[in-house]
Design a protein around this ligand. Structure first.
Ligand SMILES: NC(=O)C1=CN([C@@H]2O[C@H](COP(=O)(O)OP(=O)(O)OC[C@H]3O[C@@H](n4cnc5c(N)ncnc54)[C@H](OP(=O)(O)O)[C@@H]3O)[C@@H](O)[C@H]2O)C=CC1
Ligand SMILES: CC(=O)C(=O)O
Ligand SMILES: [Mg+2]
Length: 415
């Protein structure tokens, strides 16, 4: 990041009002009558109605359009364990994105504990306040147990964005990038650097879409995760491969695909050169990718490259998923976000990337032209068609898979 951008980022967060979100009123509160409705005595009536039937929370409070973004700050972007207070800007950022892109009210909650049990108890006790819970930047392997336990204890959708949001967007980008490179998911050799929340979920989803587990080589800080390696947790074990490869240099040689969900500058030009012809490189670590796109492009011209950042082409980032997925889920009051809903989001994203790009999107991105190809494999976050294609697809999948508690809204019937 340049010094100018760093200064601008601090000023953006500090001025004119510290932070990025605020609360607004949805009802008049000017007169004595307004207050007697909003507060005492009028407020007693909705309280009694909810005590009689808890579903009335959706009628008389903002619960149904309110998502909590909750973290303990143990895996803040690719910056590591910065702790709860330091992750607040990212969590406020996710809340901003919920509102900006999907009209969902969102509040960030930072929980100061690294203990999974304490975290689960804390979140479970406040869950009834919200229509959904978006878990964010919680490190593996604890994140898996946290999400499982909370999904069981809460009857609202609990979604770990770094797992599923990332996996959905990565899968959509990958399907399109491979099509452009003339390759099939079923055939490609994939090197995945990182074996945490995002990496495990991305590889699981790619496998469920057709990638072959034996073609995936996953690495953590200690190198390739191979069958028989000591000290490998159960989640990494799912991707333990029978192989003699041990280092990233070993694993990347001849690979068709690199997926980086690890840390900055870990993929060298030499490694990139050793990949198969027409490679796909997703260097998705934030804020700094596994290889800088400038270096990657200088090194070889036959690649499709994506990063997680807004300032390069092909932003493979969960911002393209979670706002719209929650919109669809909330609109049919889904009890969970299941595999059918995730796959529907993948296909909607793939399809939208092939549609002509409206002028408003070009203007927002400062581009003259964008069309499906190596520099445009996935829609831009500024594209308001994301809302109109992903949310209905997800809502419909929820209804069809039996997890919706409301029928498909009329506004989605034709979408
Ligand atoms: N573009 C996007 O939308 C998203 C990008 N990400 C990025 O993915 C990365 C991981 O996030 P997340 O999965 O949530 O975090 P986790 O803490 O759950 O996982 C981090 C993983 O990266 C591995 N890793 C870290 N440094 C290295 C290294 N030097 N060499 C090899 N492996 C390394 C860790 O290895 P070990 O297991 O040995 O500790 C671990 O497996 C971050 O950079 C984050 O910004 C995450 C979500 C969304
Ligand atoms: C984008 C995101 O969620 C991350 O890098 O953690
Ligand atoms: Mg994250």
């Amino acid at each position: 990041m340049s010094d100018d951008l760093m200064r601008a980022a601090l000023a953006y967060h500090a001025e004119p009002t510290p932070g990025k979100i605020s609360v607004e009123l949805t009802k008049p509160a000017q007169t004595q009558l307004d207050l007697s409705l909003a507060y005492s005595p009028g407020v007693a009536e909705p309280c009694r109605a909810i005590a009689a039937d808890v579903d009335n929370s959706y009628v008389y409070t903002g619960k149904g359009n309110l998502v909590a973004v909750i973290s303990n700050g143990t895996a803040v972007l690719g910056l590591g364990n910065l702790g709860a207070p330091a992750c607040k800007p990212v969590m406020e950022g996710k809340a901003l994105l919920f509102k900006r892109f999907a009209g969902i009210n969102s509040i960030d909650i930072e929980v100061s504990t690294e203990d999974a049990g304490e975290f689960i108890d804390t979140v479970a006790r406040i869950a009834d306040t919200f229509g959904g819970i978006n878990l964010e930047d919680i490190r593996a392997p604890e994140c898996f147990e946290i999400e499982r336990a909370l999904s069981e204890r809460c009857n609202i959708p609990v979604f770990h964005d770094d797992q599923h949001g990332t996996a959905i967007v990565t899968a959509a980008g990958m399907i399109n990038a491979l099509e452009i490179q003339g390759k099939r998911l079923e055939d490609v050799i994939i090197t995945c650097l990182g074996a945490g929340a995002a990496a495990i979920a991305c590889m699981r989803l790619l496998v469920s879409l057709g990638a072959r587990r034996e073609n995936i080589f996953m690495l953590d800080r200690r190198g390739v995760i191979y069958a028989g390696r000591e000290g490998v947790n159960a989640y990494k074990q799912e991707f333990a491969n029978r192989t003699d490869k041990r280092s990233l240099s070993d694993a990347i040689a001849g690979a068709d695909v690199f997926v980086g969900l690890s840390g900055a500058d870990l993929l060298s030009a030499e490694m990139l050169l050793s990949m198969a012809p027409k490679p796909v490189v997703f260097a998705c670590s934030n804020p700094d990718p596994e290889i800088k796109p400038e270096l990657a492009r200088k090194t070889r011209s036959d690649l499709v490259i994506a990063t997680g950042r807004s300032d390069y082409p092909n932003q493979v980032n969960n911002v393209l998923g979670f706002p719209f997925i929650f919109r669809g889920a909330l609109d049919v009051r889904a009890s969970t976000i299941n595999e059918e809903m995730k796959i529907a989001a993948v296909h909607a994203l793939c399809a939208l990337a092939k549609e002509p790009v409206p002028d408003a999107v070009l203007q927002a991105c400062g581009e003259k032209e964008l069309s499906f190809g190596p520099e445009y494999i996935i829609p831009k976050p500024m594209d308001d068609r994301l809302l109109h294609s992903l949310a209905p697809a997800v809502a419909r999948a929820a209804v069809e898979s039996g997890v919706a508690r409301l029928p498909l809204p009329v506004k989605y019937a034709a979408a």
